[in-house]
Design a protein around this ligand. Structure first.
Ligand code: ADP
Ligand code: GLC
Length: 674
């Protein structure tokens, strides 16, 4: 699993529930245990998990899992699951109470709401180059392939929908005022308004382990500007920093049936509104009380079965019926499955679903009896066309892909790649079958967070006009902070990454000695697999002053490396989109990437004949080709600084904001609900 971040590893404990809850004496509604639909109203003072809930739910979810999960060993699971009796014929879905009994909930306003080193070639005091390309480059770098043509996303199936899907503002079920940190974003867009529920397992700044967290934060904000009402539904992990926990407002709670034997679980809703986006956190100490968002599949499977169902039940409870339910990665993949099975008789059924794949490698696979037990889903979804894989395992992501109205992934190239055996992670045939509803939309970056001109974490701010001077100061201060030889003429290569097999690190570690020529420094920031961590630690010892391995998760350091490095390495084995190369470009740091997935779609290779392009690229997954790309970059940097500087400014000038991508998502939503 991905590494945790500083937020995730925060030592802050969950605050006392009293402090979290703003008001006493909220009215708590009794809801349908299955879908969270409101049945009748009662009074309840306690805002934390009620004693009843604690009593009904098993004391430890792992213990419960071990008791109920059957003996089969899952293909994907890494731990042994103790032998257990099968969850047996639990596929009977409990009948839901009539919708009529729903409480009328007043609509609320939307979220408006150091040693001697060999002398290097002088970088020669080149003049500042203009931001735009000059004709013909004269350097020796070999010609590179022009940016590959983007693949056409296949046409999607037509979707039939009711003429006017309901658009409702969020209902304030608990009757509390929602705290607001910023005024509601104005709709900058004149296209019809749509309401969207984002459901996913992480979101910056509450909890982030990688790019998914960035997207879950930035895309909703960008959609608000595209005239969308957005609610983001997240687990309320204990590791969410106290500064956010204390601002959450209790919205209500109810009991929900989850397992095949109808076990009942507490679902609390804690709300926080920020930048025009409403964040609703699903509260359940049993599932989300652990330290990190992800632990192991034995715990994570029940956790995200619960989360998917609770997210829908919470929407029902709040009587907020979105036009679109947008689900992210396997942790939210059962949402479309629940919606089209246990929630068909609820108002939510009018919603269309979008399932976005951020990383196909993680799918949520476990043996069928365990997932059938925990999800409580009917037997018929466990077939080869939906959740079943290899006849004995259930794949939660595959279920989501089957039941979603539209599948997206985070770049057009990756949308094509995942339909092949090499990149398909065993789901390529399934994705080819559903290719009519699959498309790729590339990610952007949030300019409020990633802007070298305003970034408070930098030693010195800069923009396209003064980057060439001020970047040097960021480099020098970075070298100082990290104990590297301080010399503005050194070529500094950054690597900011989860240290996992996906990221092409075996290529890096195998060529690093050849890269370190006395004029080059390498700065690594990341956590992950022990083998990579130790290898980078070794290189730091072996090349003191020239390699710095920061085996940690540190947002501030990441910002400073983006600003202080000359180039950023992203040699991934596969990369659905990749955000680090985008951030690097925006900070005037030239990316060196492998031509795969989103890297291929966002980094145009340098073309020496036309002096165009944004970075240096290589195609096949081979160490020699990575070394060649780094050497081309170095040659260019040391011998043709004029053109290098132009590329730096060209990269900073490139539009990498979320605006274009958010518009594409909005068009997709409109297509689905027209
Ligand atoms: P992935 O989601 O596959 O990890 P992305 O490139 O999409 O890759 O996103 C990575 C995000 O996580 C970026 O925002 C990057 O800056 C951040 N990041 C990765 N590792 C670290 C780290 N060790 N410290 C701080 N930020 C990190
Ligand atoms: C995943 C991918 C990464 C992508 C991110 C956000 O973690 O590995 O390529 O940028 O999700 O979509």
């Amino acid at each position: 699993m991905p590494k945790k971040n500083d937020a995730a590893s925060s030592s802050k404990r969950k605050p006392s529930s009293k402090a979290i809850v703003a008001e006493d004496n909220h009215e708590t509604t009794e809801t349908s245990a299955v879908t969270g639909r409101i049945e009748e109203v009662g009074k309840e003072g306690a805002k934390t998990e009620p004693a009843a809930a604690k009593k009904k739910a098993p004391a430890k979810k792992t213990a419960a899992a071990k008791k109920k999960a059957p003996a089969e060993k899952p293909a994907a699971a890494k731990e042994e699951v103790p032998a257990e009796k099968p969850a047996a014929a639990k596929e009977e879905v409990p009948a839901e109470k009539p919708a009529a009994a729903k409480e009328e909930v007043p609509a609320e306003k939307p979220a408006a709401a150091k040693e001697e080193i060999p002398a290097e070639k002088p970088a020669a005091a080149k003049k500042k180059a203009p931001a735009k390309k000059s004709a013909a480059a004269k350097e020796e770098a070999p010609a590179e392939k022009p940016a590959a043509a983007k693949e056409e996303a296949p046409a999607e199936k037509p979707v039939t929908v009711p003429e006017e899907a309901p658009v409702e503002g969020p209902a304030d079920a608990a009757g509390t005022d929602v705290p607001q940190e910023a005024a509601p974003a104005e709709g900058h867009d004149t296209s019809p308004r749509r309401s969207v529920a984002f459901i996913g397992s992480e979101c910056y700044p509450f909890v982030k382990t990688g790019g998914l967290g960035d997207v879950m934060y930035a895309l909703p904000k960008a959609l608000v500007k595209q005239n969308c009402d957005v609610k983001v539904i997240l687990p309320r992990y204990r590791c969410i920093p106290w500064e956010y926990q204390q601002k959450m407002i209790y919205r209500g709670s109810f009991q929900m049936d989850l397992c095949a034997d109808g076990k009942s679980f507490y679902v609390g809703i804690m709300e926080y509104v920020w930048d025009g986006v409403v964040y609703d956190f699903i509260d359940n100490e049993e599932f989300f009380g652990g330290g990190d968002p992800y632990t192991n599949l034995i715990d994570d499977i029940p956790k995200y079965c619960y989360f998917a169902k609770a997210a829908l039940a919470a929407l029902n409870y709040m009587d907020w019926i979105p036009d679109i339910i947008h689900c992210h990665d396997w942790q939210a993949a059962l949402v479309p499955v629940y919606l089209r099975t246990q929630f068909v008789d609820t108002k939510l059924t009018t919603a269309k679903t979008v399932m976005t794949i951020h990383n196909l490698r993680f799918q949520g696979v476990y043996n069928i009896p365990t997932i059938r037990y925990w999800s409580g889903l009917p037997d018929y979804v466990f077939n080869m066309g939906a959740l079943t894989v290899k006849y004995r395992d259930a794949n939660m992501l595959k279920g989501g892909l089957t039941y979603a109205n539209i599948i997206t992934t985070v770049s057009p190239s990756y949308a094509g790649e995942i339909q092949s055996d090499y990149y398909g992670e065993t789901l390529d045939a399934h994705l080819r079958y559903h290719s009519g509803k699959l498309r790729g939309i590339v990610n952007g970056i949030d300019y409020d967070i990633w802007d070298p001109d305003t970034d408070s974490r930098l030693y010195e701010n800069y923009n396209i006009a003064n980057v060439l001077e001020r970047k040097k100061e960021n480099k020098r201060r970075l070298q100082e902070e990290l104990g590297l030889v301080q010399d503005e003429h050194k070529f500094v290569i950054g690597l900011i990454s989860r240290l996992t097999n996906q990221k092409g690190l075996d290529l890096v570690t195998s060529i690093l000695p050849q890269v370190l020529d006395g004029n080059t420094q390498v700065v690594v920031l990341g956590t992950g697999d022990r083998g990579y961590e130790d290898t980078f630690r070794y290189y730091e010892q072996a090349y003191k002053g020239y390699v710095c391995s920061n085996i940690m998760y540190d947002e501030t350091r990441a910002h400073r490396i983006y600003a202080g490095a000359d180039a950023l390495l992203v040699p991934s084995r596969f990369e659905p989109c990749g955000l680090t190369q985008l951030i690097a470009m925006h900070y005037g740091t030239v990316p060196i990437v492998r031509e795969t997935g989103g890297l291929k779609d966002t980094v145009e290779p340098y073309n020496r004949f036309f002096n165009t392009g944004n970075g240096f690229t290589f195609d096949r997954y081979e160490p020699g080709l990575l070394l060649d790309a780094i050497n081309r970059a170095k040659t260019f940097y040391f011998e043709n600084r004029w053109c290098w500087d132009e590329m730096v400014q060209r990269d900073m000038d490139k539009n990498l904001s979320w605006e274009n991508s958010a518009r594409q998502y909005k068009e997709l939503y409109l297509e689905l609900t027209r």
